[in-house]
Design a protein around this ligand. Structure first.
Ligand SMILES: Cc1ncc(COP(=O)(O)O)c(C=O)c1O
Length: 371
């Protein structure tokens, strides 16, 4: 066959994102066997570092995309007959509902998944979630599942208010943080999150292919008690193999090299500086989009530091012109906002200068198309 290389574009996408050169380069390091000392000496510190940074009891790295880690958590959370409350406000909350429904439904010993959906890019906070949690707890629901950063329009849900309350009401908590970590302040224990997960190709700025599960003590107890519903994404197997710092199956070794480098760079920058840098970029994007007369999708108070959706007429034409003429790729509209918005994202290898170039190009295209 002939080898086809991908186009070179500046990505302002919701993931995969532009990868930092040092992180990409690590993927060319020598291959090693995934059993034995060389591998253990790499994977052990990765797990310890992740658990420290996420403030969870255990971190496990899985080969696959964000969905794998979400489903690994969902399938381990409750016994058959378990009942789940899902709070959604976008495409990924809706998908989380589908994952939960697969394992917790009437056919599975009378289980259930209750789905509550906000519209219009409203964010979840405790004031909005409380009545649903109270009712669910009274009805015997044992798990609250929700998304940390809803990527479809870029909403930061206030899990730090909601999850501790759900725990006080006797529920376990499961959070899809696929596009959140490490762009937002996060302390899994303090935030009352029993099961968390994120993916490599988002805020951490790595290639796609790895997903991380973070477990706190109540999550671990649930994993140990869960029935065996899967072989590949079985967290019991991950826990057992982690005792010798190995994986149950063959992991993506070179992606783990990239993860080492990405975590090292992140630690050197420091969590607060990393969060502040992303928040500053996103504030700049919001302010320039508004100055161009483009209306933002997000409800004030729930702003994302990484994904900014804005309404624009002829969104596909704008996107095509940016890609064709300016070699710039924005995120398309998604879910409720598919036909009316685009997303300007700032994750991975981006900086203010590149963001301004991207916004200048958007301004020019907007004028040319008269939108
Ligand atoms: C919040 C959220 N959850 C889940 C997913 C699915 O992740 P993946 O495509 O890596 O499986 C995404 C992907 O964009 C996401 O943003």
């Amino acid at each position: 066959m002939s080898v086809i290389k991908p186009p070179v574009l500046q990505l302002f996408t919701p993931g995969p994102v532009a990868v930092l050169p040092a992180v990409a380069e690590a993927q060319t390091w020598s291959m090693i066997n995934h059993r034995g000392k060389a591998f253990q000496s790499i994977y052990g510190p990765i797990r310890t570092t992740l658990a420290k940074l996420m403030a969870c009891s255990e971190a496990h790295v899985m080969t696959g995309s964000g969905t794998l880690a979400i489903e690994a958590n969902v399938q381990a959370a409750l016994p058959d007959g378990g009942k789940v409350l899902v709070l959604s406000n976008g495409a990924f909350g809706d998908k989380l509902n589908e994952h939960c429904r697969l394992y917790y439904n009437a056919e599975k010993k009378g289980g259930d998944t209750r789905f509550i959906r906000l519209k219009d890019a409203q964010g979840w906070n405790l004031a909005r979630a409380k009545e649903h949690i109270d009712q669910a707890a009274a009805d015997g629901y044992k798990l609250l599942a929700m998304v940390h950063h809803e990527t479809s329009p870029g909403i930061l849900n206030k899990i730090g208010e909601i999850c501790p309350y759900a725990k006080r009401m006797g529920m376990l908590t499961l959070v899809d943080g696929t596009s959140a970590w490490p762009a937002y302040p996060f302390n899994q224990k303090q935030m009352g999150v029993d099961f968390y997960s994120f993916a490599s190709q988002k805020a951490l700025g790595m290639p796609s292919g790895l997903a991380v599960v973070g477990l706190c003590e109540d999550g671990i107890k649930a994993v140990d008690a869960a029935p065996r519903r899967t072989n590949f994404m079985n967290l019991k197997e991950y826990r057992k193999n982690a005792e010798k710092n190995e994986h149950p199956t063959t992991p993506a070794v070179t992606l783990l090299y990239s993860l080492e480098v990405a975590l090292d760079l992140y630690e050197k920058e420091g969590p607060s500086a990393f969060e502040a840098r992303h928040a500053k970029m996103a504030a700049h994007i919001r302010s320039r989009l508004s100055a161009m007369g483009l209306k933002l999708v997000i409800e004030p108070g729930f702003e994302s530091s990484t994904v900014t959706a804005f309404y624009v007429q002829k969104n596909s034409d704008v996107s095509r012109a940016l890609e064709g003429t300016h070699k710039i790729k924005l995120g398309g509209g998604h879910a409720d906002w598919k036909d009316t918005t685009l997303r300007f994202c700032n994750m991975g290898d981006v900086d203010m200068a590149r963001i301004d170039k991207g916004l200048d190009a958007l301004e020019q295209v907007k004028k040319e198309l008269g939108v």
